[in-house]
Design a protein around this ligand. Structure first.
Ligand SMILES: [Zn+2]
Length: 339
């Protein structure tokens, strides 16, 4: 009998009834019931779809499981196990529990019961509605982008497309003063003013104001998110400021190179300018700076000197190199004797 070929649970039971001579009177009833099931099943074969989220996780409808409840269709679903990829065993865990996959218990599938299912047409409508909703959201966000950017610029007092960066000094030490004057802080460019808030008085600390076009630094996304830094923009800004400082120093400094390379310069009346410590490859070193008349001398050494800026010293050293640092010509010494 054809009925037996159905794998539906009710169908099987029906098959038993039909086969059994004592229950032959049930035959007609059973066949009607099975016809309904067949109709349901034919629908199911025509392709039920799960909700998008389940489909994206790889779940598929178990076709025989489709049921209708209150006019809505439900089904069980299964997905190939993410851990064992359907094998049911994990070769590299063979020593634990015989290598049976712990994610699926060895059957190779994950199951979900009683999931809402939809016909292709229903799903297409749902997907189209979801896409339309997303598009409306995107359009709305894009429409608000200009306003978002404008409000950011306003918050940071940027009125002419430029920021007026506080440069050439340790701004951290000056942050209270800068805040007081209306400077804004943004990570990367740090402290800056807007065109209308730039202070007219000298900030002290060797600080100067450096004007920079924000289009060379920032960009915003289509939704007005940001600003984000253009790749390499901060490096370009730093270099630009460094070059500017070198220019200032070059114009202001009267320092000239002294002596010939290898020449021993003896008993110069010098002024101690500064000591800076830095970590080198072979431990810490100092760079000492001295001044003789207008000429700057440096000495790189691991020796510790006990002098204060402006102290008068007697300096002897051998010219090692003539260098330029931040626009200032320097005579680098070695084997110094200081008295
Ligand atoms: Zn598994």
């Amino acid at each position: 009998m054809k009925i037996l070929s159905f794998s539906l649970e009710d169908g099987k039971a029906a098959g038993v009834f039909v086969m059994h001579p004592r229950f032959i009177f049930l035959k007609n009833f059973v066949i009607i019931y099975i016809e309904n099931e067949m109709k349901e099943r034919a629908d199911c074969m025509s392709g039920y779809r799960l909700a998008r989220t389940y489909e994206e996780m790889g779940f598929k409808v178990i076709e025989d499981s489709v049921k209708v409840e209150n006019g809505k269709k439900y089904a069980n679903a299964k997905a190939v196990c993410w851990k064992c990829m359907g094998k049911g065993k994990l070769a590299h865990f063979a020593n634990i529990e015989y290598g049976i996959c712990f994610a699926c218990g060895g059957n190779g599938y994950e199951f979900k019961k009683h999931c809402r299912v939809y016909t292709d047409t229903e799903r297409e409508k749902m997907d189209a509605a979801a896409i339309a909703k997303k598009e409306r959201e995107i359009a709305k966000k894009k429409a608000g982008a200009a306003e978002k950017i404008a409000s950011w610029l306003q918050k940071y007092n940027i009125t002419d497309g430029c920021i007026y960066i506080v440069a050439g000094c340790n701004t951290y030490e000056m942050k209270d003063q800068l805040k007081e004057l209306g400077a804004k802080f943004y990570n990367g460019v740090n402290w800056f003013f807007g065109k209308d808030t730039v202070p007219t008085e000298d900030l002290g600390h060797g600080a100067f104001i450096y004007r920079y076009n924000i289009n060379d630094l920032f960009y915003w996304n289509d939704f007005g998110g940001g600003p984000y830094y253009i790749d390499g923009a901060i490096e370009n800004l730093r270099q630009s400021i460094k070059d500017h400082i070198a220019d200032i120093n070059r114009n202001a400094s009267k320092s000239e190179y002294v002596g010939e390379i290898g020449e021993r310069l003896r008993n110069m009346d010098a002024t101690f300018v500064s000591a800076k410590f830095f970590e080198g490859n072979w431990g810490g070193s100092f760079v000492y700076t001295f001044k003789v008349d207008e000429n700057i001398f440096t000495w790189f050494t691991q020796k510790v000197l006990d002098y204060e800026p402006e102290d008068k010293i007697n300096l002897t050293g051998t010219v090692k190199a003539h260098t330029e640092y931040n626009g200032v010509l320097q005579t680098q010494l070695s084997r110094c004797i200081i008295k």
